[in-house]
Design a protein. Structure first.
Lengths: 436, 118
């Protein structure tokens, strides 16, 4: 196993940007070149809701099952190469995932981090399906220090799975605000997988035209951050993988899902205006200059509640007189729906005239409805809409048969005092520690 | 930059974007790619105002908008509050996670000074 050499940067890879990302990425990252730690982000705001619905059906689930499949395939290889694995794949049940990993029988030392579930500590959200405080990286760092080969967590921040290994490697403390802020930025850049390497990138075709990407169909590589002791880093990817790492691909990811200039994490507040980017060579971008200040007093909590039921119908309007057809349809449908049913007609715009394809001559009028009452958005909604098939504008049709209502969630962020959160690490030897 | 040399072009001829969601809010980062002149950054930062965002994206007309210039990243972050209702799962909007709202904005036409495009 590799041991920390703080003179050297720690080389941290990412193999997942969400629950459902490329399943082969863990193997690709382990085989593609040297790494110290391989990380993965499996939790989005929506994922917590999906996992919450899973646990309503089967209480022993609640973690990212794809991670378990990846571990089954790759854990032996990771042990052989001395690459540690850190992922927030534990979701709502990191202990359950740790247990399932033990059962694989690989002999890997497994630790997990929990304490993020604060459902019983929030007074304003009775009956919330999920309520998870975003934890920082120090629990992960403690687990790695204690010799864990694999650390799985619940709702730590996306960047924390990268910060934790950097804290461990370089021996940073909570006072090392600039290095911690640098690691937050490194973590933010690589937490979304291939988005740092040409995926979902507005400049892809310019890069192809400039000869920087030979073949955009070649699967994009996953990113790597080489984080130095001062918190500066180099973003790169394994040789021979698709896509590119440029100042623009890194900038794109830095802008992803941010709000103000202060980027809040449980361990540090990062000043995004201090980031400096520099292309060192092809597929290597340096990030330096990042400054941090004291962490926020309270922790953010992601709350998912069951909101009710929704359903929708998409009406197709084709050819001439689009405005009048839409007006007639809307009037007919509105007359058939109860006044208090919450609904929304999506905005539309007429296509160009004289289309050589039928689809090009058509627009979709999408009507979505919401209710606390499943019946109200079931047949009571779709029935009157479908009754218009032979009784409305010329060419009336819909894009799909009437659908069943689906349960929807409502996401609300809130904040909680740190005293109410017990950030707990369960070490491979069976002991537990609370991180303060 | 004299107005006479400007042409109406898609914003994306000069500007890159990435967008995403945070609860019910959407954010759009706009920046000038490496290799384009620094003058283009000044132009972008003076172009983007709350009124401009509302004009380009009429769906944002009644919503609170924050602008966060990040000149070190050659761009600006636009946060549109509440455009996604109570988050992706509620599904109030086509593109409920605002994945493509940046590409939509890049396709809107603006007057771009000719010398910035050369």
């Amino acid at each position: 196993m590799r041991v920390p050499d703080t003179k050297q940067p720690i080389r941290i890879g990412n193999c997942s940007g969400f629950y459902g990302d490329r399943i082969s990425a863990m193997r690709e990252m382990l085989e593609g070149g040297p790494l110290d730690v391989l990380t993965g982000d499996y939790l989005a705001e929506l994922t917590m809701l999906i996992l919450g619905k899973d646990t309503m059906r089967e209480p022993e689930t609640g973690y990212a099952k794809t991670f378990l499949r990846q571990a089954q395939d790759c854990l032996g290889l990771a042990l052989e190469k001395g690459v540690r694995i850190v992922a927030n794949a534990g979701g709502l049940n990191p202990g359950g995932l740790a247990e399932a990993l033990e059962k694989l029988g690989t002999g890997a030392s497994i630790a997990y981090v929990d304490g993020d579930d604060v459902r019983d500590r929030l007074t304003d959200f009775p009956g919330a399906l999920t309520a998870n405080a975003y934890l920082g990286g120090f629990g992960i760092a403690r687990a790695l220090e204690a010799g864990a080969d694999v650390v799985v967590t619940g709702r730590v921040t996306d960047a924390a799975v990268v910060m934790g290994p950097a804290i461990w490697w370089h021996g940073w403390t909570a006072e090392d605000l600039d290095p911690l802020a640098g690691a937050v930025v490194a973590g933010h850049v690589i937490e979304c997988g291939t988005q740092a390497c040409g995926g979902n990138f507005a400049g892809l075709f310019d890069a192809v035209d400039a000869g920087l990407v030979a073949d955009p169909q070649e699967p994009f590589g996953f990113p790597i951050a080489e984080i130095a002791a001062d918190g500066s880093c180099v973003i790169t990817k394994h040789p021979g993988t698709g896509g590119l790492v440029s100042v623009d691909t890194v900038t794109a990811q830095l802008f992803y899902e941010i709000q103000g200039a202060d980027y809040l994490n449980p361990d540090v507040t990062t000043d995004l205006t201090t980031i400096r980017l520099r292309q060192l060579e092809r597929d290597r971008v340096e990030i330096s200059g990042v400054r941090g200040s004291a962490a926020p007093e309270k922790l953010k909590v992601a709350v998912n509640e069951l909101g009710g039921w929704r359903n929708q119908v998409e009406f197709v309007i084709t050819g001439l007189d689009l405005e009048r057809k839409a007006e007639l349809l809307q009037a007919q449908v509105e007359a058939a729906l109860p006044a208090d049913l919450r609904r929304s007609w999506a905005p539309w715009r007429a296509p160009a005239a004289d289309s050589p394809t039928e689809e090009g001559a058509a627009v979709l009028l999408r009507l979505t409805v919401w209710s606390q009452d499943e019946q109200a958005v079931g047949r009571a909604f779709t029935g009157p809409a479908i009754e218009l098939v032979l009784a409305s504008y010329a060419g009336f049709h819909v894009t799909a048969p009437p659908g069943k209502p689906s349960a929807y969630g409502v996401y609300r962020p809130t904040y909680i005092s740190r005293d109410l959160v017990e950030h707990t690490v369960h070490l491979p030897d069976g002991t537990t520690e609370v991180i303060r | 930059m004299s107005a006479s040399t400007s042409t109406a072009r898609p914003l994306g001829d000069l500007v890159y974007a990435r967008s995403g969601d945070k609860g019910g809010d959407a954010n759009i980062g706009l920046w000038i790619p490496a290799g384009r002149p620094d003058a283009a950054v000044d132009w972008l930062l003076s172009l983007v105002s709350v009124d401009w965002v509302r004009q380009m994206l009429p769906e944002a007309a009644g919503l609170d908008i924050d602008l966060v210039p990040l000149p070190n990243l050659r761009g600006i972050n636009i946060v549109i509050h509440g455009i996604l209702g109570a988050g992706v799962a509620e599904g109030v909007r086509f593109d409920p996670q605002a994945k493509a709202i940046g590409e939509w904005l890049r396709s809107r036409y603006v007057e771009i000074p000719g010398e910035l495009l050369s």
